[in-house]
Write a protein that binds this ligand. Sequence first.
Ligand SMILES: [Zn+2]
Length: 473
Amino acid sequence: MVLVRGGRIITEVDDYVADILVDEGRIVAIGRKIEPPAGTEVVEAAERLVLPGCVDPHTHMDMPFGPTFTCDDFTSGTVAAAFGGTTCHVDFCMQQPGQSIPEALDAWFEKLRVAPPVVDVGFHVAVTDLSSPARIDELRELPGRGITSFKVFMAYKGSFMVDDAGLLQTMEVAAESGSLVMTHCENGDVVDLLVRRAVAAGDVSPRHHLLTRPPLVEVEATARAVRLAELAGAPLYVVHVSCGEAAAEIAAAQRRGQAVWGETCTHYLVVDDSVFATDDFAAARYVFSPPARDRSEHDRLWDAIRAGTLSVIASDHAPFSFEQRELGRGDFSKIPNGAAGVEERLLVVHELGVRGGRISLNEMVGLLSTRPAKLFGLYPRKGTIAVGADADLVIFDPELRLSIGPESMRTRCDTSVFDGMQVTGAPETVLVRGIPVVRNRELVAEPGTGRFVKRGAPMLGATPARVAAEVAR
Ligand SMILES: [Zn+2]
């Protein structure tokens, strides 16, 4: 048994001081002055916050991108996750061209086997090739295997992109099987045209990544995904919303009563497009999609978060070292897209959100833990602190100071878009199902402590619009 003693427990709705008793991986009691049975391991949490483990619904471990792979596998990536207070993440199993869905899953389970995780892991399936009708039947089988969300890329023409017919078909399967469709919203045909034009004109520096993916290609695709989801009668989750105008498309759908949710990512709240005000190749470290936007968008995203338009802040952890980015020297379109962030997410959201006075601690827990757990079928096992829930607990020291950089973060990635950021407040000890994974900021777990989690149906409950209407009444 484990006793977490005297911490200030923060859930999406609660804030109180109590002890938490854990047995066989689950919370069995919460109360004042619990007397632990002999042999109980005691974790002192006085003067600390106790948060439910963060749930990151958007990571890419060991993901192929062109000729390379993201530089964290499930072991190194989940060690980083654990230090950042994330005790469960949902990774994208990427179907390769010509592959069946079961073959794609076999490949992802193999990645877990060769690099066992230290935190719990679920899978989404990213559908990239629907050329055989058999794929549709295979998607129908996924909820039975604990996979209740499908991702579709509207961008990356020639590799991951699926056309509108494929998107609609995926949405139809989701609607009938009670799953959630996630969309990467950028108009891939238009981006492809703009990229080809730029490269032909000799505009090949990383700056042209920004210039060939303007906000309107994201806004247009967001609006299209929303309307196709309406046509299919499917719930929709829009990943990595980067700007206020795309969020406005989601808000409009929510006001119509449509079941649409939005996610933004940590880096969209930190990085702005001034990093591309140079033709220097060093800007390659900031290449992710959609790209960083004008600085004014940071406030618009926080507004959308506070309004409930955006329900989740994810990491979109997709680390590529600077050496890997060299693939795009001489052609920006070959720079692998993505940024590390699985460890930084809670640190940055606490710093900018809570310490910055933009959101409460309860709202932070909602954005990073409870809402992703609900939307991706993990709640109430994960996403809260309650009797019967998994003892995924973060003992968070609100006074601990950290400087974010390659030396202090556990990812294998040597370049971070958050480098140099100073934060106050960080996880001190992290438990996954009651097992200490990080203790006093030391790794104390073996690879394999984490498990694959079968997820249930998304808990969509009321749409954001219905909730707003209830509150207004
Ligand atoms: Zn992603």
